[in-house]
Every structure is written in C-alpha cells, then in structure tokens.
Design a binder for this molecule. Structure first.
Ligand code: FMN
Length: 181
C-alpha cells in the first residue's frame, strides 16, 4: 500500500514482429549515479521472456491521454495482440537499445538489464539507464526543465488511476526562510 505509484508502459522486443508493451506499476529509481531503474515482472508475462532474452527495455511514462492504452496494455497479452496496432501507438527506434520508444509518451527511458533477481512471484530486472528522451512539447523553452503538470502524469493506487493533484511546495520548502515583503 505504498502510494501513489506510476503506471508505466514498458516496451520491449528486438524487431517489429516482436515489439510488445507491458504495463508496470512495480518500477522506480534505484540509483542516481550510475542512473539505474528497476521493473518487477511475473515470469508468466509474455514480456518476461523477451526482456530476459534481449536484456533491454524502455520505460515510457504515461499521461491522462494515455490512460486507456496504459490500462489496456495491462490487461491484454502480447501473446494474442499487437498492442502498438490495437492502441494506435507509434514505435520509434531507440538510440541504444533494440526495444522501441513509444512516440506518444512524454518521457522514454532506455534501459539495459544488469541483473535479474528472482524475488518471489515477481522477478526484479535491475537496469542501467542509457538514455532519456523528453518530448519537446513539455520542455520549458528557457530552463529546459520538464513541465510536469503540463504533461498531466498518470498515477496508480490500489487498482485505481488518478491524475496528479495540486502543487504543494518545492524540495526543502519546510526549512526555507519566508521572503520578507
Ligand atoms: C496498472 C497495472 C500495473 C501492473 N503492474 C505490473 C507489474 O508491476 N508487474 C507485472 O508483472 N505485471 C503488472 N501488471 C500486469 C501486466 O501488465 C499484464 O499481465 C499484461 O497483460 C502483461 O502483458 P504481456 O503478457 O503482453 O507481457 C500490471 C497491470 C496494470 C493494469
């Protein structure tokens, strides 16, 4: 019951015939330097074997507009469906990995697996981050920062999807001195 979680679309596959998307909530950052992420996947998923064999995947962050596709890719299997076609998503060639980026996602993170930890029902894929692609549409022209709110990120908690809520404060706001007017 750790909340909220991202619900990301993880793309995988070596060639167009094999390309697949799996929705993953068990994901996160595990190191800043070197930059590393993880995803935890059940071995019975169609994507599991693909990611294990290729050692590569892409984490595609999701938005309000991608909510339906995110859910669909998490309840249908690539064993039966071509999820890119069914959800009208566009695979784009990545820079370093064979797995495709999803064009419609605002942030794509290229990952190379370093270790697979069989933990229990989920196996954890630890990975180095090789590249991050941000959609220009959401980048602040002056600062180059990703405009989080503009992208309307999707959150997930206990079987339900949510939009991100109100801005509360900046990192360290609790100890910052108030500006005198
Ligand atoms: C919101 C959401 C989060 C999910 N998180 C995970 C996860 O972290 N790990 C996992 O193995 N499956 C997770 N699933 C289930 C898979 O996405 C689902 O079984 C999918 O159909 C597998 O696709 P595949 O067989 O094409 O690989 C999640 C599903 C949803 C809807």
């Amino acid at each position: 019951m750790i909340y909220p979680l991202p619900a990301v679309m993880v793309s995988c596959g070596e060639n167009e015939k094999e390309y697949n998307i799996i929705t993953i909530a068990w994901t996160g950052t595990i190191s800043s330097n070197p930059p590393m992420c993880y995803i935890s996947v059940r071995p019975q998923r169609h994507s599991y074997e693909i990611i294990k064999r290729t050692g590569e995947f892409v984490i595609n962050l999701t938005t309000f507009d991608l909510a339906r596709a995110t859910d669909w890719c998490g309840v249908r299997s690539g064993k039966k469906y071509n999820k890119f076609k069914e959800m009208h998503l566009t695979p784009v060639k990545a820079e370093y990995v064979s797995a495709p980026l999803i064009k419609e996602s605002p942030i794509n993170i290229e990952c190379k697996v370093t270790e697979i930890k069989p933990l229990g029902v989920h196996h954890m894929f630890m990975a180095n981050v090789l590249a991050i692609h941000g959609d220009e549409e959401y980048m602040d022209k002056e600062t180059g920062a990703f405009q989080f709110e503009k992208a309307k990120p999707l959150c997930y908690s206990h079987g339900k999807y949510y939009e991100v809520g109100k801005f509360i404060g900046k990192f360290g706001f609790s100890v910052m001195k108030k500006k005198k007017i």
